[in-house]
Design a protein around this ligand. Structure first.
Ligand code: DC
Length: 225
């Protein structure tokens, strides 16, 4: 039997990253934050002085960048030309520009293929030694891993999503714009508010992280029995 693939989708503030990482940790899987690939591509372009609105230039840069993904749920990190850029890709500079790359229709398919290849590698071997992968991101249940063993869409009321992010620092207005503004931008290329066929929706509004993790572990177990 090849490794399990668990795909988790959803907008900002649904607990997607925390939940996915914990699911991977509990099941001994690789943890793949697909959004990181868009962030690494953005950092690369910013460093190399590529105009982020120059669609083909960005795509050409993405095609040639040298990235290594270390999918350890205990310490996920990313190397660009051998340099650990895990912290840099979380900077405000990258966060403010990443939607330009995520909505670039020439660069996006290249990164999507990189993500599919990464998942295929993890079910055969990779960090998890073939146990499998928990992948998260806004189109993983649909465009990236439509055949995944478990496909979950996490949702939560808008106000709760904004409040969760506000709890991480920054002022309320900035957080509101960051969460809802990014939803608007990203929804031009991927639909992540409605579950596709076969995708289980978990409304996290009134649930703790542990409760969401347990629900996904139950789905994983059911998928293998
Ligand atoms: O989840 P995140 O903030 O790291 O995502 C970074 C950007 O990439 C954000 O604009 C959403 C986008 N993204 C995407 O379009 N598809 C994915 N599978 C993952 C992220």
């Amino acid at each position: 039997m090849t490794g399990i693939v668990i795909a988790i989708d959803g907008p900002a503030g649904t607990g997607k990253s925390t939940v996915s990482r914990e699911v991977a940790r509990r099941l001994g899987l690789s943890y793949f934050d697909t959004g990181a690939t868009y962030r690494i591509a953005t950092l690369t372009c910013l460093r190399e002085g590529v105009d982020l609105t120059a669609t083909s230039d960005v795509a050409a840069m993405v095609e040639t960048m040298n990235v290594e993904l270390v999918l350890d749920p205990g310490n996920p990190h990313f190397l660009l030309d051998g340099e650990d850029v895990s912290k840099l890709i979380r900077s405000d500079t990258v966060a403010l520009s990443v939607s330009k790359v995520a909505t670039n229709l020439e660069a996006r398919p290249i990164l999507q293929q990189m993500q599919r290849d990464t998942i295929a590698h993890e079910v055969e071997g990779g960090f998890s030694k073939g146990a499998g992968v928990c992948a998260e991101g806004r189109d993983v249940t649909t465009a990236i891993a439509p055949e995944a063993d478990v496909r979950v869409l996490l949702t939560a009321d808008e106000e709760v999503r904004v409040a969760r992010r506000a709890g991480e620092g920054a002022d309320a207005a900035t957080v509101r714009e960051a969460v809802l503004g990014r939803d608007r931008q990203d929804s031009t290329v991927s639909s992540f508010h409605e579950a596709a066929d076969g995708v289980v929706t978990i409304d996290t509004t009134a649930l703790t992280i542990d409760e969401v993790v347990s629900a996904i572990l139950d789905l994983a177990e059911a998928s293998r029995s």
